[in-house]
Design a binder for this molecule. Sequence first.
Ligand SMILES: Cc1ncc(COP(=O)(O)O)c(CNCCCC(=O)O)c1O
Length: 446
Amino acid sequence: MSISSEMHRSADIHKRRSAAVARGVSSMIQSYVDHASGGTLSDVDGREWIDMAAGIAVTNVGNASPRVVAAVQAQVERFTHTCFMIAPYESYVAVCEQLNALTPGSFEKRSALFNSGAEAVENAVKIARHATGRRAVVVFDHAYHGRTNLTMALTAKDMPYKHGFGPFAGEIYRVPMSYPFRDGLAGPDAAALAINTIEKQVGADQVAAVLIEPIQGEGGFVVPAPGFLPALAAWAKANGAMFVADEIQTGFCRTGDWFASTHEGVEPDIVTTAKGIAGGLPLAAVTGRAEVMDAVHVGGLGGTYGGNPIACAAALASIETMRELELAAAARRIESVMLPRLRELQQRHAFIGDVRGRGAMLAIEIVVPDSAAPGTITAERGYARGAPLGATPDPAKTAEIQRLAHQAGLLLLTCGTYGNVIRFLPPLVMDDATLDRALGLLESSL
Ligand SMILES: Cc1ncc(COP(=O)(O)O)c(CNCCCC(=O)O)c1O
């Protein structure tokens, strides 16, 4: 079918889409993007959206960020692809140098580049198994790590990610996560629960990797209680297992540091990154201790497109933008503006059971008011109203709030095992006026 020259309106494109695109690939809205910048998107009908999604924590530097655009334009004219395994190029090396310097840990590191987050996680598991000679991988309740066969096995939620796609890869073991709003446990106690499960059901000497998101993304923006991550990292170190931080959603200034592991001084043996790394171009990476990464035989890692030169150019420009604009500080400022406003909303709406997150990775959990099981511990730690634990999730209300927000032009994402978490992922370059408008639209949607 020839594409006519004039702009198709969203409805026309949507009709074509139904006849061309597999229904398994869903889209949250039926507006088709025409252009975007900073913190807003505009669709082909001229409608503007305030972007609280950033393409799922990808356009941290903003959409069509000037430095990224210039770097991509310059690169694409020189060469588009040679395959780094065949004819290498400097920008791949430069991205690895940046990753080795920026990720937590003052030890010598090596990196390898891939295309998607799932591919990076797959390779992190390959590397951890090679480095330890062990097979078992420990993951957590509510985890999300991708949609490939192995990463589906690592991911917790059945629908929509895993349903009907099995059988899944073996030697994957799931243990309890620290979820303060629902377990009421201090970090060390939650870690003891997880470690006990590992030791009793897996065997410490079988574990190749303990794999965790420092703040869980798709699983509900679950921020583990202080002490949880350091206790797990210490256990992994003491038992010869790799501590693998999946920083694909939390990385690149999103949570107020370059990487979220830094918040509690955790230095992972291996870190996976993607999303925010390249301002929207598809790039992912595994970075780790040099001796761990180099445990793999020559030729054991690779792929045709891994570290595509255009994506590498975008990554170098994106990282330069984060430095120049001090986007980790920008994320902390977004937190300082948004968190108090979200807590005010929690005071006004009993269905907001929890407000949590860090930097520009914030969320509210929507529950049925006063629905905690009788005799449930009442959390004392910092909740506005001493929110009861175990409150019943309200996914229907969550979806209604999201629908109203979209109607008002606020692009809002949900997440969570129970589908009852509204998450906020603004580009880190979003200005105060736009942020204020976004919060106003959220308030009216609530
Ligand atoms: C922590 C963490 N690890 C791994 C991944 C996977 O990254 P890919 O680039 O989507 O493969 C993610 C991707 N999260 C968004 C997935 C959206 C969807 O597919 O519905 C993540 O957040």
